[in-house]
Ligand binder design. Sequence first.
Ligand code: SF4
Length: 316
Amino acid sequence: VSGLEVHFPIRSAFLRRRIGTVRAVDGVDIEVARGETLALVGESGCGKTTTGKAILRLIDPTRGSIRFDGEEIARHGAARLAPFRRRMQIVFQDPFASLNPRMTVGGILAAPFEIHRIGTPADRPERIAALLRTVGLRPEAARRYPHEFSGGQRQRIGIARALALEPELIIGDEPVSALDVSIQAQVINLMKRLQAERGLAYIMISHNLAVVSHVADRVAVMYLGRVVETAPRETLFFGARHPYTQALLSAVPEPVPGLRRTRQVLQGDVPSPARPPTGCHFHLRCPIAQARCAQEAPAQRIIAPGHAVACHLVAP
Ligand code: SF4
């Protein structure tokens, strides 16, 4: 993904015209390799979910490039996107809201095969049973309804649905944040096992740094529609260089064992993406901002292998 922008118009019902633009994603560059997990982290409203949906082309990007396995798909229409939709799937945050309560689990899991015309009606029960076994559920679950399952089991069903088309990339949009902490580890371990068995690439969208420390190979930190720092997991947790990343890490008591920090409290609130600050989007809250920061947006600079930072004051 390079230079990705997703802007939404703000319209006034009263004036009947466009009165502004929400710059939800404002120039994002990320990549994920086969078999790798990239975590996309940041506070709510930073644009991480919109980035994920744009990659899947569930919403149209305003500008920028999305290349999947070498092919540019940012401007593909529905027909040319169809084969890519099979190769990229999503697991949603709330497994209850994302499963149709009026359908049996078997019906939910049959839908991807029907939509993409895979196999025959006769072989669907066996396909569905195999999917359920893959995620640790019994084949009899197919006859039951989503409300008959616990939160963790429902998320397993959501994962089974995402696996039905044998994707290569799964975007997890806060996939465990609606679950009890005791269940989160089970679902994370399931996703890690499936990744190892199938070579899946994951983009894990999360605000939970403790979860990120368990799943990510690399981490991209977003602030107000932009990626401010990208680094391998260990580098990010123990050697973050961007002032926003440092403040974010300091807000969690001990996101990874052995990492203790003095709490840095940022001043003010995150500005509205409808009126982002000029220059560096973080300059109104940055403890080390200089005059230049209000004028000039910092470019991402590689400061070490795999470690990129967008800050005027960070040098290799
Ligand atoms: Fe702070 Fe300036 Fe760096 Fe932005 S560019 S993070 S405002 S020092």
